[in-house]
Design a protein around this ligand. Structure first.
Ligand code: 3SK
Length: 509
């Protein structure tokens, strides 16, 4: 039960000060540590600036572009206090990708780390919506415009009285087609994921220190690295370099207790442990975003004596809705629904299947899919159930097990990559006549992006062409999406109607 009016920006800052945690460390990063009192004052100052200097009104949508750092969190919370609807975006996105988000969400104002301005300014030049990009600099030099303006503002701010079911956040997901969808989440939803998963599964306390690698722009990261610690007065170390092997150093330096990352990073940590890395401070290792291979789970258990907590979430559902628990966790098993959620396995018509049968995973609960103006809503929510697109089965004891993913989505080292988007990037190069992109199994990254390419006449199928095409993809879309393997072929397998048969490429890869 939540009150009728909640502002999640207040709930994650001022409320902790009221509870006596004002002197407790909230965020570490940008070269310093900030207490809950400092974070509260900081967000209030920025909120004043947004309302008084930039004319932000309740319901306005604001895009934030930054790497994971405290300044990004402060901007998010400040914009939320001002009643805005926030769209957090990944630092790697290029102008073209940002443009799709800006146009879809009709964004007129953006807050951007000054180190990342170029692509957003390029996007603004072409946009009919985006009018103003304000720079902020989390390094506390106060040279950036937003920092300078905010510094002169009072530390008290009367937050907008938002309803619990007012939209607070738009989480973008590219889906399988590469055409981005925006998922709307209420102020209440953001508290629900903390009061459900983080309280029930993780048992977060103010003594916890959170670290991890997922971007805050991905709701997995926003929950795991901002909402969960801040809801319970814990600390989060938000370091831009928080991917392996740096993640290990960060865990050791801050004696981190909770880690959010993907199996690829845990593999690196397991190797580092053999070379003496001390990860004994960790009490919870959360794995999601890609399937956790049983050997990684088992080796972690053997080396730490603690289970790795595998779970499944979705941007549509905001966060994890099925998870293993301490004391009830198993290899090659995703666990049971988080309190408040129900899950079942259904066939194409929505009929529930028997235990042991593989089908579509359907879920319902306190959060759910609400796409912004998107015809795909009717496909995702059917008869009140969210149909996730993942194939699962449920065993006799009620545990859920992963079977397969929606075919066109590639999951590489925790990143969801839409094959068609990579294809479009490759096809924009003159050397490419045709191509098909699939996910190929990879020991290190779970899957890698593999492109099958038919070259234009006269182009040499050599290493220089591979490099040229990879560089091109990195320049057109976020670099993490580039095809790590490119195979040249004379023709792609096709149906009689001319549709590329990607499944045949998957069979042989
Ligand atoms: O795996 C995902 O796609 C996900 C998305 C949002 C929140 C949490 C997770 C694991």
């Amino acid at each position: 039960d939540y009150p009728d009016y909640i502002n999640v920006g207040v709930e994650l800052t001022d409320r902790l000060v009221e509870k006596g945690l004002g002197d407790h460390i909230a965020l570490i990063g940008n070269g310093r540590q900030r207490t809950y009192k400092e974070l509260t004052d900081w967000t209030n100052r920025i909120a004043h600036a947004l309302v008084e200097d930039y004319g932000v009104k309740p319901g306005n949508r604001i895009l934030i572009r930054s790497a994971n750092n405290p300044a990004m969190v402060a901007c998010w919370l400040a914009a939320t206090k001002a009643g805005a609807v926030v769209v957090n975006t990944m630092p790697m996105l290029r102008a073209g990708e940002l443009a799709k988000i800006v146009e879809k969400a009709e964004i007129s104002l953006a807050l951007c780390d000054t180190r990342l301005m170029d692509e957003l300014v390029a996007c603004a030049k072409e946009s009919t919506h985006l009018k103003k990009v304000i720079g902020f600099d989390g390094t506390a030099s106060h040279d950036a415009e937003l920092d300078r303006v905010a510094l002169s503002k009072p530390v008290r701010f009367e937050a907008v009285k938002t309803g619990r079911d007012d939209v607070a956040l738009l989480g973008f997901t590219s889906g399988t087609t590469g055409v981005p969808k925006a998922t709307m989440h209420f102020h209440r939803d953001i508290l629900v994921i903390a009061d459900g998963y983080a309280r029930e599964v993780l048992g977060v306390t103010p003594e916890d220190v959170f670290v991890g690698s997922p971007p805050l722009a991905f709701t997995f990261g926003l929950g795991g690295l901002a909402v969960f610690p801040l809801r319970f007065g814990a600390a989060a170390a938000l370091l831009e370099t928080a991917s392996p092997p740096n993640l290990i150093e960060i865990i050791q330096k801050y004696r981190a207790t909770v880690c959010f990352t993907a199996p690829t990073a845990y593999r690196v940590m397991l190797k580092a442990m053999e070379e003496g890395a001390d990860l004994s401070s960790l009490r919870a290792a959360v794995s999601a975003g890609e399937t956790l291979p049983a050997p990684v789970y088992e080796e972690w258990m053997a080396k730490t004596g603690k289970p790795m907590l595998d779970g499944i979430g979705a941007t549509e559902m905001l966060h994890i809705f099925i998870s293993n628990r301490f004391g009830d966790s198993h290899p090659a098993c995703t666990g049971k629904p988080v309190t408040g959620y129900e899950a079942r396995i259904v066939d194409e018509s929505g009929t529930e299947l028997k235990r042991g049968e593989v089908g579509r995973l359907a879920v319902r609960g306190p959060t759910g899919c609400r796409y912004l103006a998107d015809h795909r809503q009717a496909g995702y929510v059917q008869n009140g159930w969210n149909i996730t697109g993942d194939a699962f089965w449920q065993d006799e004891d009620g545990y859920f097990h992963f079977a397969a993913r929606n075919d066109d989505m590639i999951v590489s080292a925790g990143y969801n990559i839409a094959g068609p988007e990579v294809e479009a990037a490759l096809l924009s190069h003159d050397d490419v006549l045709e191509c098909a992109v699939i996910g190929a199994a990879d020991e290190e990254r779970g899957q890698i992006v593999e492109a099958h390419v038919v070259l234009a006449a006269g182009v040499e199928p050599d290493a220089a062409t591979v490099k040229r095409l990879q560089d091109h993809v990195k320049a057109v879309i976020a670099p993490y999406k580039y095809p790590r393997r490119i195979l040249f072929t004379d023709a792609l397998p096709k149906t009689q109607t001319g549709k590329i048969q990607r499944f045949r490429l998957r069979e042989t890869s």
